[in-house]
Design a protein around this ligand. Structure first.
Ligand code: THU
Length: 130
């Protein structure tokens, strides 16, 4: 099951707009009811304005109606096993529970599977803000 999500992330990486870092990244999210939302990183000449692949995937997820997130795959062609940046861990944790599976990938497939909760222990929780 993880293979097709890896392939969705890899295909998304092909759309990366990363002319400044030359560091294409792809991400794919699957909801428990089987919907897949993918994204790539998008860079802007004013560097801080760019954003990560996971963020693009989350945008598609929200616009696609959301749902319970079961799995997430991330890949960067220049890194043997990318882990999401701190900001993206927090963004993913906004919508995915701590037991969501995170597939860390290289160019050939899933290298390691971790729980989102293990990547963001003691993350900020917004429950009290609601
Ligand atoms: N990047 C991601 O897309 N996801 C991450 O989790 C880490 C970094 C992107 C942002 C930027 O376009 C490039 O990788 C180099 O930092």
């Amino acid at each position: 099951m993880s293979r097709d999500l890896f392939e969705a992330a890899r295909a998304a990486m092909g759309h990366a707009y990363a002319p400044y870092s030359k560091f294409p990244v792809g991400a794919a999210i699957r909801t428990e009811d089987g919907k897949v939302f993918a994204g790539c990183n998008i860079e802007i000449a004013s560097y801080p304005e760019g954003w990560c692949a996971e963020t693009t995937a989350l945008s598609h997820y929200v616009m696609g109606g959301g749902g319970r997130i079961g799995e997430i795959a991330v890949i960067a062609e220049r890194m043997p096993r990318i882990t999401p940046c701190g900001g993206c861990r927090q963004r993913l944790a906004e919508f995915a529970g701590p037991d969501a599976k995170l597939y860390l990938c290289d160019a050939t497939g899933v290298v390691e599977t971790v729980r989102l909760g293990d990547l963001l222990p003691h993350g900020f929780r917004g429950d009290i803000l609601k």
